[in-house]
Design a protein around this ligand. Structure first.
Ligand SMILES: [Zn+2]
Length: 203
């Protein structure tokens, strides 16, 4: 489920829809948590789909570390990529606001953590735009992404968290221990399927 203070808007005819903050969302806010209504598409299910359904699944879902496509039931599936995103996936199963997001600002995410099967063009226009989003990007950039996630996680206890009740008990316990200084940080690398690792980074 995506954060309730968001709304769907047309970005442009070329880009299509995007998700925008309808009020200020502070750094450290959980912006998305997978919930029981989200659809999980196994590789077997995906393989049995017709071409049209496969194309829709590819466009609107992300692939988790188990290889399962997760198709959100709400507007979360319309969140666009940016090479300088304001939210990011974490290995605790939620997306986190990396900085303060102002009302009216588009919510953006890092598709490099979505186990992409193919390269995608990117025209996000940000200074650090990579031009292409590649399946192995996480292995090149995870250190920078982890730094951003770790910094934003420190704000988790200080801000309103409308989605935190969606975390399962084990995840919540692990998160609380980490935030209290008693648990280890989980790198975003944990989101990546081993097969996405480029050969040159294998050692
Ligand atoms: Zn870009």
């Amino acid at each position: 489920m995506i954060h309730p203070a968001t709304e769907l808007r047309l970005v442009s005819p070329e880009v299509g829809y995007g998700v925008f903050a309808s009020r200020d969302i502070p750094m450290g806010t959980l912006v998305f948590v997978q919930d029981p209504l989200d659809i999980e598409i196994t590789p077997e299910h995906y393989g049995a789909l017709d071409v049209t359904s496969r194309e829709l699944a590819e466009k609107y879902s992300f692939i988790d570390v188990r290889g399962i496509r997760v198709l959100s039931w709400d507007s979360a599936k319309f969140v666009n990529h940016s090479c300088e995103p304001n939210t990011m996936s974490t290995a605790w199963g939620f997306e986190l606001a990396l900085r303060d997001i102002a009302a009216g600002e588009e919510i953006t995410d890092e598709y490099g953590l979505f186990n992409l099967e193919w390269e995608m063009d990117c025209a996000c226009g940000r200074r650090r735009c990579r031009g292409r989003i590649r399946p192995g990007d996480a292995w090149s950039f995870y250190r920078r992404w982890d730094r951003a996630v770790r910094a934003a996680m420190q704000a988790i206890p200080r801000v309103e968290q409308p989605l935190i009740g969606l975390l399962d008990e084990v995840t919540r316990g692990s998160l609380d221990r980490y935030l209290a200084g008693g648990g280890r940080y989980r790198s975003v690398r944990n989101l990546m399927r081993p097969g996405t690792r480029p050969a040159r980074a294998a050692c």
